[in-house]
Design a protein around this ligand. Structure first.
Ligand code: CA
Ligand code: ZN
Length: 294
């Protein structure tokens, strides 16, 4: 099995050189560092010693053979194996509560046997997920801190083991990378960090020929979800819902109005994160209604 290790990038960019070529339908392992580039896992390190130019590393990018701009990239998240130390922080000015945070706090958290040991009293189950995942965007360079229609820092907790994520392709080979694994994160990621942790992520990458989508789509056993990001959360919601409505109308052969009423009855607007430069939401439709996205 192909293992991609020690090859990181801090941006999604069509001019980045790929670190490895992978085949259509290949299973690939990505060894990922945490969002602080593993700079804070050692006791004694502080936010003050952090090199801010080296945060949000993603492992890759890989060039997917056969992927063209007429196609869609399909990424199945087969397995997420976590490291043993998670890091969280609270920073003045950062996240929803930042304005009331007077001084920084940093927390190293033991993660073992499926549990997060948050403090002496509080323990909870891990809910491993992928924060940063995507392809090179149509134009320019997008920092791994930002999400968009190329994917990126979506911080969508439903991107976890068993989920499949579909991406539009803007460059030959797609230039796919992933990183920023969280041992746990709640919807919103209100303090700007999940339980940030290094990991080993196994995915299967395939190319769906002659299929085009506008924005990332997540699928699991229960739902199909259209993901959209915008600086204004209202715009992110509108676009996620509108794109979903068009898909439902098209796939089920019903009018836009009929699809809208259906989504109003059974669809869920879900918040992924509200703390990155662009906020991310997902519009979910049960698979009992919409069986397939492609
Ligand atoms: Ca993130
Ligand atoms: Zn993160």
């Amino acid at each position: 099995m192909k293992v991609i290790d020690n090859k990181i990038t801090f941006s999604f960019d069509g001019s980045n050189s790929y670190v490895e070529k992978v085949k259509d339908n290949e299973t690939v392992v990505f060894i990922t560092r945490d969002c602080f580039n593993d700079q804070l896992t050692e006791e004694g390190t502080t936010i003050g010693t952090l090199d801010w130019n080296c945060i949000n590393p993603a492992t890759g990018p890989v060039y997917v053979e056969g992927a063209t701009t007429n196609d869609t990239l399909k990424v199945e998240i087969l397995k997420i194996e976590l490291g043993d130390t998670g890091v969280m922080c609270a920073l003045p000015g950062a996240g929803l509560l930042g304005p009331k945070v007077k001084e920084e706090s940093i927390k190293r958290i033991k993660v073992k046997d499926g549990k997060v040991y948050f403090n002496d009293d509080i323990t909870f189950d891990v809910t491993p997920m992928v924060g940063v995942i995507g392809v090179a965007p149509k134009e320019g360079s997008i920092s791994n801190g930002s999400p968009g229609v190329h994917g990126g820092n979506m911080d969508n907790k439903r991107i976890k083991e068993g989920a499949t994520v579909y991406f539009p392709i803007f460059h030959e080979g797609a230039l796919f990378s992933l990183g920023d694994i969280h041992a746990a994160m709640g919807d919103g990621e209100i303090m700007v960090s999940g339980v940030e942790i290094n990991a080993k992520v196994t995915v299967k990458i395939s190319v769906l020929k002659d299929v085009q989508i506008e924005t990332p789509i997540v699928e699991n056993d229960e739902i199909i979800g259209v993901v959209y990001s915008d600086k204004e959360i209202e715009k992110a919601i509108y676009n996620a819902v509108d794109i979903t409505n068009e898909i439902v109308s098209d796939k089920l052969g019903i009018s836009y109005n009929e699809a809208g009423m259906l989504l109003s009855a059974v669809g869920d607007v879900q918040i992924c994160q509200v703390v990155n430069p662009e906020k991310t939401v997902m519009m979910s439709v049960p698979k009992s209604i919409l069986k397939s996205v492609i």
